[in-house]
Design a protein around this ligand. Sequence first.
Ligand code: NDP
Ligand code: BG6
Length: 514
Amino acid sequence: MSDTGTHDAQSCIVVIFGASGDLTRRKLAPALYNLARERLLPDRTVLIGYGRTEMTDQQFRSRLHQAVAEFSHTQPLDEAVWDSLAGRVFYQRGAYDEAAGYRGLQRRLRELDGQLGTGGNRIFYMSIPPSVVLPVLHSLRDAGALTRRRRCDEAGQGCLRVVFEKPFGRDLESARRLNAEIDGLLEECQVFRMDHYLGKETVQNISVLRFANSIFEHVWRSESVRYVRVTVAETIGVEDRGGYFDQTGILRDILQNHVLQLLTLVTMEPPASLDADAIRDEKAKVLRCLRRLEGEEVRRSVVRGQYDGGVVDGREVPAYRDEPGVEPDSLTETFVALRTYIDNWRWAGVPIYLCAGKRLAERLTEVAVEFKGVPRVLFGAMEGVELRANRLVLRIQPDEGVSLRFVSKVPGLKMELRNVEMDFPYGSAFPAASPEAYERLLLDVMAGRSALFARRDEVELAWEFATTILEQWEKEPPPDFPNYKPGTWGPISSEAFFAEDTVYDSVVGPHPTA
Ligand code: NDP
Ligand code: BG6
């Protein structure tokens, strides 16, 4: 929850490390442009790209212009808006671990502060592979560009905030190490750990739906809920990020962060206020109670998969092992589905299903809360009636909305019943286009709002959960990869696995919302 509408973002210099990369092109540049277009970007915001690639300011501007024209969700590109932004875009070439580049950067920062009045306010955005993050932080510190500040204008200086992209570490130990290093350099209020799912409009709506309506709270608990299921399904493969993904896998890439963040928002207790820490305290409590899966339990409750090649919609798609940047005998998983529990008073005994996968049948991110069925005494005992339990589905993307399944009488003289859906589609209810997640999140960083960013303990708790699974997997390499066809709902074994105790529908059945 974050009120990004208020105009308290400050003019600042945003330095993107790794600005020649994919994230800057596809997400960051279009987000800054759209904020400028909506007049939400503070007037004197300056962007400096930093990286090893040789580029002039002008070449960097042309590159971003092209990126915005291609990837902005608003089209066509408004050249007047772009021109006003482009005048404040610069590029500084430099290596990540050599002092010379940082001296150049510091010079430029001071010059621009003087010329454009950015008041010493800085955002350092780590859009680089994780291995480069610490060298950059250390070099910034050595150049005198990174200082601990409990609040803006401490010692007459401006704000200094650092954004860390995911993956934040690759297991519990590395995340703890990274956090400890960062803790030695910055105050927690200067640290923004990015999980772009938290900036999505429909993810924001989870808390609104739960806490701005009174009808859900009474039933949002184990007495009424049969299971909770969070699914992040993608139709795409690893695209051009094979090298990164092969070192990562879907458990680290999506489940440890996006899926667990969605789960915490759906299952946390009502926070005492909308303050960042009040919300993050409740999310952390859920993660503390999330049952860790270890040893034999991993074999029983977790399914992993890797996609094979095949034809999808008339198009031949490569097997994961044939993707560029992927090892030909790779054992990296592209699918994971698991069952666990939240061992607290609210959720005791309710199965929690978590599922993420690439090259699946449909692009779909959703949270399903299925309620308990009715006793058979009345309608349940009617012949030929297959009554399905009530289910609330929060559709995060792409068909954003909320739907509730319930049973209705079919009009007519007979007592005939049918399952129907009551649907709230975002698109037609609110015709205005939703902002992209990165727009909201960048603005929040500029305003120092951290509710939509993961706190240190959340990240470590999420890794605690993921790491016991990873450790067990390491001991038992998958014998059957590749084990699912592209364009399906994953390995057949997971279908059987979930069917075991989900009577009404399986996570990876023909369609998870069927
Ligand atoms: P890239 O792999 O495109 O790398 C970004 C830039 O970092 C490169 O252009 C390069 O710049 C520099 N770089 C790359 N590899 C190395 C290396 N081994 N050593 C030193 N510098 C290197 O990353 P993305 O732009 O895709 O992502 C940036 C960050 O954001 C990563 O942490 C990624 O995990 C995360 N992320 C990315 C998403 C995406 O959709 N792309 C989504 C979510 C998170 P140069 O050569 O000019 O120095
Ligand atoms: C990123 C993952 O964090 O999220 C990608 O690294 C994934 O593998 C992407 O494709 C999905 O994001 P979205 O917003 O398209 O659902």
